[in-house]
Write a protein that binds this ligand. Structure first.
Ligand SMILES: *Cc1c(COP(=O)(O)O)cnc(C)c1O
Length: 388
């Protein structure tokens, strides 16, 4: 059976080789410490699980949901954006429920990209921006995120011809995989650029609550004029340890939300209402559970960074996300060869930076998604090996 061209063009799964190596090691009885998974290991808070159980028992929630999301959920999102970011949203047409934000990110190019159109995509980045663009027949143009520019793209470097063909721009701050953050100045520049070049800004903000050291992340929609040119994706996945529940949202310009809705009403039938009811509980509840999580991630971050730096590594503490992003030792010629050697010598798995794009080469990502005892064991093995 021959694949259609649109999926033939999708690059092979870069981590397949590492996955095979992990499997082989496990079969040899080697204890693997996997720090490559971007999925919180902590459980969903009890009050949210309880809300789901109750809502699941209610037959009113057993039928097809509305594709845009239940009014109570959309109202809860609007209130949360108002309380948290002072961003006013009309729940009627500026808020849409998603089956996890990945779903919306992957679908929106279908609404705005014609074959040959360009999407401006950061590199390194969450792979879905580029692949979603390709599935719609578009071309992804890489905007390099370089350390020397604090992992922000230099908009003035995008050539005029590409900019004129671009219909959409993806951005993501707090940023995965780099942990970088953005202030209002950069977002203001983005709004101006979008107006000048007549393009749509799609800001992905699933780490807005995963911040450290008192830092509070902003919403792209806080910027004057942002709601005329863009939307923001957010999610309960990381904030409330709900990755498996598949619930998120798109908020912002009503016209853009409507375009996404047009695709969605034809390809899915909404998120299970009981999950939406539980999400209302999560968004409306006290912040304690989020703060408690972040204290756990902060301890892990401090432990790993402080102990590896004491052993000669040079790792910066990110202000947000649960990732560490750092250079591989100079003697390795690629992030894949480093990760493969690391796995061989220590049983510790990190993600090679090149998996997030060409400009991720030379870096690795460490996800802090294991308890501190396992992180301690990982650090011990790294220190005792001659991997550096
Ligand atoms: C986790 C993640 C998402 C997707 O989250 P959902 O579970 O689909 O809501 C989107 N973007 C980035 C950068 C992520 O890390």
């Amino acid at each position: 059976m021959e694949y259609a061209n649109r999926i033939k063009g999708i690059p092979p799964y870069l981590f397949a080789e590492i996955d095979r190596e992990i499997e082989k090691k496990k079969n040899q009885g080697i204890d693997i410490i996997n720090l490559s998974v971007g999925d919180p290991d902590l459980p969903t808070p009890d009050h949210i699980i309880k809300a789901l159980s109750e809502a699941a028992a209610n037959p009113a929630n057993h039928q097809y949901p509305s594709y845009a999301g239940m009014p109570v959920f959309r109202q809860a999102i609007a209130k949360w954006y108002d309380d948290r970011f002072n961003v006013k949203l009309d729940p009627a047409d500026e808020v849409m429920a998603l089956i996890g934000s990945k779903e919306g990110i992957a679908h929106i190019p279908l609404a705005y990209i014609n074959p040959g159109d360009v999407a401006l995509v950061p590199d390194p980045a969450y792979p879905v921006y580029k692949i979603g663009t390709m599935l719609a027949g578009g071309t992804a143009y890489s905007m390099p995120l370089l350390e020397e520019n604090d992992y922000k793209p230099r908009l003035e470097d995008i050539d005029k011809k590409t900019a004129s063909k671009a219909r959409i721009m993806f951005l993501n701050y707090p940023n995965a995989p780099t942990g970088a953050i953005s202030g209002k100045d950069f977002f203001r520049e983005v709004v101006d650029y979008a107006v000048d070049n007549d393009l749509i800004v799609l800001h992905d903000n699933p780490y807005s609550e995963m911040t450290f050291d008192g830092y509070r992340a902003i919403s792209f929609l806080e910027i004057k004029g942002a709601k005329d040119v863009g939307i923001e994706f957010n999610s309960l996945s990381k904030t409330f340890n709900m990755t498996g529940w598949r619930i998120g949202m798109a908020v912002g310009a009503s016209e853009i939300i409507a375009g996404l809705g047009k695709v969605k009403e034809n390809v899915d039938s909404g998120a299970f209402q009981a999950v939406q009811v539980a999400a209302v509980k999560a968004l409306g509840g006290a912040r304690d559970c989020v703060n408690k999580n972040m204290r756990i991630f902060e301890k892990r971050r401090d432990y790993v960074v402080d102990s590896l730096n004491a052993a000669g590594w040079n790792i910066k503490k990110p202000k947000a996300t649960f990732y560490l992003w750092f250079n591989i030792p100079e003697r390795y010629d690629s992030s894949i060869s480093f990760c493969s050697k690391l796995l061989d010598k220590t049983g510790v798995v990190l993600t090679p930076g090149v998996g997030f794009g060409t400009h991720g080469e030379g870096y690795v990502r460490c996800a802090l998604t294991q308890p501190v005892e396992r992180l301690r064991e990982a650090v011990r093995r790294i220190e005792e090996s001659d991997i550096r």
